[in-house]
Write a protein that binds this ligand. Structure first.
Ligand code: NDP
Ligand code: 8X3
Length: 251
């Protein structure tokens, strides 16, 4: 059955790869992000390949804007089957005692509160229909802290706990809840983390073949296509030469 899949942060990296893979899977897409023009271009690309796509422009930190955008969906798009909570970011790699207050606020507001907002707005409909799937993009960073990861790692540890909590809270329904925990994925992530320092960003992926957004999107589509009685609860996806958040063998 083709599903309605809503993806946050669909303008780049893992979110964009998910948009393309779910479209290939025959699903209908609600793509959300902050950049209207980029969303429109992606919509055109996917429509040209036969997909049905609508876009919603809002910042996941803005609860009212998120609510308004969802309320404005045409009736035939309201019954969202899959929510991919992907929008997120890391900012900085300073020691915890030297971090930037604003960076901390942005990460917490986006990675934790933004994910909670989308969950709170969309999951009640899933529970009511006794059908749905929430795929949260966590991280290996949520399994254990690494040097300079402090607040980012804490936000992804929060994603792990919130995903587990939600799974408990919907266990009496047929709604499924998944935490995908990627390791190093080459996207715009490190550019954002280092505030646009492209050289520093590219060093993150030196000497190792990193994952791609497609690698993560493949797992998301797999989890969503699993038979109804199968709940892919959590998946850690690492590059072959990465063993944990802090063990990366570069050649
Ligand atoms: P990208 O920077 O390529 O993509 C991040 C996406 O999130 C962009 O579309 C961005 O939009 C969007 N976004 C950020 N803040 C907001 C916001 N406030 N409201 C709406 N959208 C927002 O990075 P990735 O694809 O790598 O990151 C996607 C997710 O994967 C994140 O949650 C990240 O933590 C997680 N992750 C990434 C890993 C990696 O190594 N790359 C590994 C593990 C997890 P905009 O362009 O407007 O900023
Ligand atoms: C992104 C992966 O290890 O750079 O969550 O934090 S890592």
């Amino acid at each position: 059955m083709n599903k309605i899949v809503l993806i946050t942060g669909a303008t780049s990296g893992i979110g964009l790869a998910c948009a393309r893979k779910f479209a290939e899977n025959g699903d209908r897409l609600i793509l959300t992000g902050r950049k209207e023009q980029q969303l429109a271009a992606i919509r055109q690309e996917l429509i040209a390949r036969g997909a049905e796509v609508v876009t919603l422009t809002f910042d996941v930190r803005n609860r009212e804007a998120a609510e308004q955008a969802l309320n404005g969906l045409p009736r035939e798009w309201k019954e969202i089957d899959v929510l991919v909570n992907n929008a997120g970011l890391a900012l900085g790699l300073e020691p915890e005692y030297a971090g930037d207050f604003q960076d901390w606020e942005t990460m917490i507001d986006t990675n934790i509160k933004g994910l909670l907002t989308m969950t709170r707005l969309i999951v009640p409909g899933m529970v009511e229909r006794n059908r749905g799937h929430i795929i949260n993009i966590g991280s290996v960073a949520g399994d254990a802290a690494y040097a300079g990861g402090n607040v980012y790692c804490a936000t992804k540890a929060a994603v792990k706990v919130l995903t587990d909590g939600l799974r408990i809270d919907v266990a009496d329904t047929s709604v499924r809840v998944t935490n995908l925990k990627p390791g190093l994925v080459e996207t715009n992530f490190s550019n954002t983390r280092f505030h646009g320092d492209a050289e520093r960003a590219s060093n993150v992926y030196k000497g190792i073949k990193p994952l791609t957004g497609d690698d993560i999107a493949d797992v998301a589509v797999y989890a969503s296509n699993a038979p109804e009685h199968v709940q892919i609860a959590e998946v850690l996806i690492l590059a072959t030469h990465q063993a944990s958040g802090s063990v990366i063998v570069r050649k």
